[in-house]
Structure formats: C-alpha cells, structure tokens
Design a protein around this ligand. Structure first.
Ligand SMILES: [Zn+2]
Length: 272
C-alpha cells in the first residue's frame, strides 16, 4: 500500500469488507474526478462506478468511497453461477473465489462479488483483432435490415446487440477518448469513444462510468449493461462508425466463438 493511501486511511477512516476496504473521503474545493483518481491511484471510472456522483459537478463535502485494492462489485442475479460471472469479467472462477475468500461455489441472489481490477480481462482476446468484445453475452440482433422489435417495421440495425444481465460490465473494445457520456436519444445512456478513424458507440447502459474527454484504455470499464432508451431488455448496442457512417462491427471483433481466450499462464493482457 502506498504511503499516501495509508495516511489517508488512518486520517479518514475506512470500512473493511472481506478482502477489500473502502476509503471514506469528503470532496474538497478544487477536487475533480481526475485529481481524485490521481490522489488515490485508481481510474476515474472506479470512482464514478462506486459513487453516485456527477463527474462534471462534484458536490463539496459529499462522501465518496474508494475501494482498495481497486476493483468493482457485481451483484448476483437469479441463476448466476460463478462460471457465468467469471465469463462476464473475462477472468477465471479461481481468481474470483480467491478474491472473495469463497470456499464453495454457492451464491445467493443479491450477494456482492468483488472483482479486483488486476483479475479483470485475463481472457480478453487481444490476439485475433484490434478490438476486444466489450461484453460477454449472446448476440440477439446482428447488423443489417431487420424487423424492428418495437416499431414492427423493417429498419436498418446499425450495430450488433449483445444481451447480458442488467449490471454486467461493459469494457472499452479499444483505447480512445470519450466524446459523449450520457443521454443519447434512442440509445438511452450511452458512451461514444473516439479511436482515430473509428467512433464506437455503446448504448442502452444502466450506468455510465466515464466522462467526456476521458482517455480510456482497451478493457476499461465504460459502464453497466441496461435497457435505457428504445430497448426491449438488458443488452449492449455496439456500433462502429467510420467518418460518421455505421459499418458492420463484426468485421472488427474476434469471432463470436473466440470472445474469451485465456492465456495459459493467466498473465494480465488487457489494457494498453
Ligand atoms: Zn441495437
């Protein structure tokens, strides 16, 4: 633990949960999400994900909590197994068990599973293509003409839909700069990441964890799966644009059957 964090823990108090603890910090004048992230050596995304904060308008005096080690929580849904959760975080069952001191595979609905940042993305497929899959889930709608599920007429579907339970993590398929983070018409809560000649759109989120202007690495948490905007259920709408024109995202993603590729020695390969 670095000295500054240790000092803050002693001064400000902290709450211990199993294998992680939360630092309590009250927002001071002059703080920004960026400076707080630097102060606590975490990604801005982690602070936004854990706290109900508006990154553009922090409230002085508001309590925020920062997990140490850095990581994110996942709340167990009906039917979830540890294996399902490990896939959603592109990690392994053993890594999740170890991080949560679990001795059995029994889970209960509402249980909070802590996923340290260092185990996320062990199985991102960084070998086949420039992009990684942003969500582990099932494809429910491909790019192209389709019968619209809500409007019941033939429309062009401008991206690919990946269904996953509400609250599942959405990871950035590429590195880039966030151009939009928030409401975006029929896309609901959305994020647009600028990656050179590509713009990548992530739609229908339940929560956005990045801010406009933020630089994100490949594999960074962008938000959580939801069903905001024009949507029939929790899924990610993933869209790739070149010069403002949508294009088939499947061209840029590893094949569907190679969404999850675990390196044999479990070395973290996400991020760049
Ligand atoms: Zn869609």
């Amino acid at each position: 633990m670095n000295k500054i964090i240790l000092l803050l823990v002693l001064l400000l108090g902290y709450i211990v949960f199993g294998n992680y603890y939360l630092i309590n910090y009250y927002i001071q004048p002059g703080d920004t999400i960026y400076t707080l992230a630097r102060k606590f050596s975490v990604s801005p995304t982690t602070i936004i994900d854990w706290n109900d904060v508006n990154p553009y308008n922090l409230k002085i005096g508001q309590l925020i909590q920062i997990p140490q080690p850095e990581g994110i929580l996942y709340e167990v849904k009906q039917g979830d197994t540890l294996y399902d959760i490990s896939l959603r975080f592109f990690t392994t069952v053993d890594a999740i068990k170890e991080a949560n001191d679990l001795t059995t595979s029994y889970l209960y609905v509402g249980q909070k599973i802590f996923v340290p940042r260092k185990i996320i993305g062990l199985a991102f497929n960084v070998y086949d293509k420039d992009f990684i899959w942003p969500v582990f889930g099932s494809i429910t709608s491909t790019y192209g003409w389709r019968q619209h599920p809500i409007y019941h007429k033939t429309t062009f579907h401008t991206g690919v839909d990946i269904a996953a339970p509400e609250g599942s993590p959405i990871f950035s398929a590429t590195k880039g700069v966030v151009r939009l983070a928030g409401e975006y018409g029929g896309y609901g809560l959305a994020v647009i990441v600028d990656y050179g000649k590509y713009e990548i759109v992530y739609g229908h989120m339940s929560k956005v964890c990045v801010y406009k202007g933020q630089t994100v690495s490949k594999g960074e948490l962008l938000g959580r799966v939801g069903s905001t905007g024009v949507s029939t259920g929790p899924h990610l709408h993933f869209e790739v644009r070149i010069n403002g024109n949508h294009t088939n995202p499947m061209v840029y993603l590893p094949s569907y059957s190679r969404m999850y590729v675990l390196k044999s020695d479990n070395i973290y390969v996400g991020g760049e």
